[in-house]
Write a protein that binds this ligand. Structure first.
Ligand SMILES: [Zn+2]
Length: 275
């Protein structure tokens, strides 16, 4: 079964087999996306994908339950542009911890932090260990920017160069044109590569490995980081379908993986677990 937490009754939630149920907490953002995309871009793309999963797919291996999506995250890198909403570090940590505690209190054992905004990633990786230790939850972080989730699907489709897919870019513009075209103002779309001091340098780069603690205004004037040549909307829809399918493969593996169990089983499952 694939469903949303909000659609289940109290008794249906209580009756779910907790060993076979993955709770997914979708985390997102409300932040500037250049002049041409709405501030809800990350949240809209995420909810589009989730709605597609819930409506069009089945999950035989167990239950996938999407907790209510958080449409505000940690976006302080975008402050200075109008429209950005953000939690502070302590608030966001406390909020995620409280939600995970409530999910654990309903008896669930497995939680996926399902993230669509790069500014949330450090927090999610950090809190995943705390939630394991504090609540004995198995916690997985799925971040679509820092896995091959998008890059794998973009092979052979991407028209822009290395920095073309980053923020308010070829990928996000294309997805928004497919998901909610009436909110996209293509006449205002621009290309902007990152400030040269963040490219080609061995030590300071937007992609790491050494973090410069950059703010968006250090990297771009327009708020766009990337290019706008677009994947054809038709291609984006089939691309989205293949991405949804690949996400289900990850979920199946997590659903079967048991961390909180006897040590021998833990080693065995871990050995067989390849992403
Ligand atoms: Zn975005």
């Amino acid at each position: 079964m694939i469903t949303k937490w909000e659609n289940l009754t109290r008794d249906e939630i209580a009756a779910l087999d907790k060993n076979k149920t993955l709770i997914l907490l979708p985390t997102s953002a409300t932040e500037q996306h250049g002049a041409h995309l709405p501030v809800g871009t990350d949240a809209i793309i995420l909810s589009t994908l989730i709605d597609k999963l819930v409506k069009e797919h089945r999950f035989e291996a167990g239950n996938l339950v999407f907790a209510p999506q958080l449409n505000v995250g940690k976006s302080n890198e975008h402050m200075g542009f109008a429209g950005t909403l953000t939690f502070g570090t302590q608030t966001f940590y406390a909020l995620l911890h409280d939600l995970a505690s409530a999910i654990a209190a309903s008896g669930f054992k497995k939680l996926v932090l399902f993230n669509s905004h790069g500014g949330n990633t450090d927090m999610l990786n950090m809190i995943s260990r705390d939630l394991r230790i504090d609540l004995n939850l198995d916690v997985f972080v799925f971040d679509w920017w820092f896995t091959d989730f998008w890059s794998e699907g973009l092979q052979g489709l991407q028209e822009s160069d290395k920095y073309g897919v980053f923020h308010a870019c070829e990928l996000e513009t294309s997805l928004m044109l497919a998901a909610r075209p009436e909110t996209v103002h293509m006449e205002l779309a621009v290309d902007e590569a990152p400030n040269p001091c963040f490219t080609g340098d061995k030590f300071v780069t937007v992609f790491g490995p050494y973090n410069a603690g950059w703010k968006t205004k250090d990297v771009t004037k327009s708020g766009v980081i990337g290019a706008q040549p677009m994947l054809l909307v038709k291609k984006v829809i089939s691309f989205l379908i293949t991405r949804v399918r690949s996400f289900l493969i990850y979920l199946k593996k997590w659903q079967k993986l048991i961390i909180n169990s006897k040590e021998d089983l833990q080693c065995k499952t871990r050995r067989n677990f390849h992403l």
